[in-house]
Design a protein around this ligand. Sequence first.
Ligand SMILES: Nc1nc2c(ncn2[C@@H]2O[C@H](COP(=O)(O)OP(=O)(O)OP(=O)(O)O)[C@@H](O)[C@H]2O)c(=O)[nH]1
Ligand SMILES: [Mg+2]
Length: 318
Amino acid sequence: MPTDPETLAARVRAGDRRALARAISLVENGAEAGHDLVSRLYPHTGEARLLGITGPPGVGKSSLVGALVTEGRAARPDDQIGIVTVDPSSPFTEGALLGDRIRLTEHFLDRGVFIRSMGTRGHLGGLAEASLQAALLLDAWGAAEVFLETVGVGQSEIEIARIADTIVLVLMPGSGDAVQALKAGVMEIPDIIVINKADHPMARTLHAQVRSILTLERRDWTPPIVETEAVRGEGVDTLWARIADHREFLAQDGRLEARRRANLESEVFTLASARALRRLQARVAEDPRLREALDAMHRRELDPLSCTMQLFEEVFDR
Ligand SMILES: Nc1nc2c(ncn2[C@@H]2O[C@H](COP(=O)(O)OP(=O)(O)OP(=O)(O)O)[C@@H](O)[C@H]2O)c(=O)[nH]1
Ligand SMILES: [Mg+2]
């Protein structure tokens, strides 16, 4: 497989799966060649519909993605689907892959579906950066749909899903933390809420809880709550219909355009902040003068804000 960006970019655009796999590996490892590739392909992106699927561990996100893929492929056989599953808690890509293999097995042989799992290994630029790049590559490859699965209910996981046009939060009975986060306003209200494992006796209670939180929200889009049983494919057609509704909503009054602009700009600020933090940490680790500023703070000779400004000036203003 050639690695020169020009040939690789052409092959990705032509729909070559091996080239795509190679390209994603490059961005995953933070290689300059990966960046080069994405910058060549970026003008050819923007066609894919991006769907973020997020939620606490084990609620059934991957099972749901699998069921949605089945549904999507049946409804529009010509539409290719790209899937990126991101697990910030998994140090090994292989480990992340193993779990998803089990959930998404039936789609591994489908040439119209491309699945990639990412753990925290590698990713010099961070997981958010790698997943954005991977989503862009899938888009350039010709995926009509890109599904981005992220685990967790923290801000950083939502950050990863933020580039999506539509965000689906998956919960199951027992997702107390996520419900609390929604209630406390810590977690942004997603576009659609799924209560998976609806076969569980406590599903109705959860549904009522979530509904009561949503009634406090006033937006021009009221997030629908959908009950599903991902393993049996139950409710998945309804979920597809609600996703389609949201897309229709976005298609009006320039909302999609506005959302994508806001998403991308916020993504750029997030990525820039992450880079700034890494630069600061690296400089402090290698420059004894910067280390000394921190030590002076600990000796109470330099107040924290002065210390901050000193570090900032040394690292960014020179
Ligand atoms: N009873 C029941 N079990 C389900 C349902 N959906 C998924 N599961 C099971 O829940 C477990 C976790 O499913 P996954 O799809 O891997 O969940 P996930 O949210 O992707 O998990 P992580 O990616 O590890 O956070 C598996 O054992 C599934 O078989 C459902 O609707 N009902
Ligand atoms: Mg999963």
